[in-house]
Design a binder for this molecule. Structure first.
Ligand code: TRP
Length: 328
C-alpha cells in the first residue's frame, strides 16, 4: 500500500477552513493509505529558538486532530522530536545539498528577510529536514498545500541525488498530494475570500455556541436582493457557501428560492447557518475538551505513534548506513 506522510505545523487552534481542508482529507486518507502524521516541532525552532510550552502545544494539536477523527490505530500520529533517527538521515541528506540551491528557496529568502538577525543554518536546511521527515518512511505521497511546492521539489531532489550517488533505487520520489482541489474552500465571514488565521475571520473548532452565533450574525451582508433571480454578490454567495456545507439540501433550496423571489431576510439565513454550524462544531468541541483533559491518553497515543515511526525510520537509516558503508 502506498505510504502517505505529512507534517503539521505546531500551532493549534484549528478553524473551519482547516477542518474542511487538510484535516478532513487526512481523515479520509487514513482509510485508503498507509498514513503517518506528525507534529513538526523541530521545524519551529528555525523561527522560534526558545518556544514556550512545547509539550502543551503538541497536546493541543493532538487533541484537535483526534477529535476530528484521526484514528491512531489507522494513522499513527507522533511528535517529530520523539524520532531521533530523523536527525541521522538529515545529516546524510545535508551532505548532498548545496548552499546555492538552499539559498534560492523562496521561503528561506522570505524568512531571512523577516528575521535578519537570525538567519540560522536550520532555516537554510529546513527543506532537508522536511525531506528527512518524508524519506525516513520512504513515503510515496505527501499531502501539502501549494506553499510547500518548492520544499517538495527539494525532497525529491534529495531522494534522486541519494539514489544517483550510491547507485541504488532506495528512496521513492515523494509526490505532492493536493487535497485542496477536492476540499471545500471556506470563505471568510467578513466578506474576504478565505477563512484564515491572519485575516482574523475564523470560526474555531473550540468556539462555543454563543461565540459561533455572534460571529455568524456579524457576517457582512448588503441591502438585500434587488431583482428576481439576480446573481449573488460575493459576500452573500459566501453565506450560501456556508449553508451548502453545513445545512441540509432542502434548507439550501429553501433559502435559494427566497433569494430568487426577493423575500430573503439575511437575519433568518444567518440564524439557520449559526444553528447548523453549532450542531456541527459542538460534538467536535466536546471531543477536543475530553481529549485535552486526558493528557495521559494523549501522551500514550503520541508515545505509541513515536514507536511506530521510530521503527520505520530506524529501518531506513539502517539501510542508508549499509548503502553508504557505515557499520550497523
Ligand atoms: N513545512 C510544512 C509546513 O509548513 C510542515 C512540514 C514539515 C511537513 N515536515 C513535513 C509537511 C513533511 C509534509 C511533510 O506546512
Amino acid at each position: 500500500m502506498e505510504k502517505v506522510v505529512s507534517g503539521i505545523r505546531p500551532t493549534g487552534n484549528l478553524h473551519l477552513g482547516n477542518y474542511f481542508g487538510a484535516v478532513r482529507s487526512f481523515v479520509k486518507m487514513q482509510d485508503e493509505y498507509n498514513c503517518m502524521f506528525f507534529i513538526a516541532d523541530w521545524h519551529s525552532l528555525t523561527t522560534h529558538p526558545k518556544p514556550e510550552n512545547i509539550q502543551s502545544s503538541a497536546r493541543t494539536i493532538l487533541a484537535e486532530y483526534l477529535a476530528c477523527g484521526i484514528d491512531p490505530e489507522k494513522a499513527p500520529i507522533y511528535v517529530q522530536s520523539d524520532v531521533r533517527e530523523t536527525i541521522e538521515l538529515y545529516l546524510y541528506l545535508n551532505m548532498n545539498m548545496y548552499l546555492g540551491e538552499l539559498e534560492r528557496v523562496t521561503t528561506f529568502k522570505e524568512k531571512a528577510r523577516q528575521q535578519p538577525d537570525n538567519v540560522n543554518a536550520g532555516l537554510l536546511t529546513y527543506p532537508t529536514l522536511m525531506a528527512a521527515d518524508i524519506l525516513q518512511h520512504r513515503a510515496n505521497k505527501v499531502p501539502v498545500g501549494k506553499d510547500q511546492e518548492q520544499n517538495m521539489e527539494m525532497a525529491r531532489k534529495c531522494a534522486r541525488r541519494f539514489n544517483n550517488i550510491y547507485g541504488v533505487e532506495f528512496f521513492p520520489e515523494p509526490e505532492n498530494f493536493y487535497f485542496a482541489d477536492k476540499a471545500v474552500k471556506i470563505p471568510g465571514l467578513d466578506g474576504s475570500g478565505k477563512m484564515g488565521k491572519s485575516t482574523g475571520n475564523c470560526i474555531y473548532l473550540r468556539d462555543d455556541d454563543k461565540t459561533i452565533r455572534k460571529k455568524v450574525m456579524r457576517a457582512v451582508t448588503d441591502n438585500g436582493p434587488e431583482a428576481m433571480n439576480s446573481p449573488r454578490p460575493e459576500v452573500i454567495e459566501n453565506l450560501f457557501t456556508f449553508l451548502k456545507i453545513v445545512s441540509a439540501p432542502d434548507v439550501y433550496s429553501y433559502f435559494d428560492e427566497k433569494w430568487n423571489d426577493c423575500t430573503l431576510r439575511y437575519g433568518d439565513l444567518k440564524k439557520q447557518i449559526a444553528e447548523d454550524l453549532c450542531a456541527l462544531v459542538a460534538p467536535i468541541r466536546e471531543r477536543i475538551e475530553e481529549y485535552s483533559a486526558n493528557t495521559e491518553l494523549l501522551d500514550r497515543i503520541a508515545a505509541r505513534g513515536a514507536e511506530v515511526a521510530r521503527a520505520s525510520a530506524a529501518a531506513t537509516v539502517d539501510e542508508v548506513r549499509r548503502i553508504i558503508g557505515f557499520r550497523r
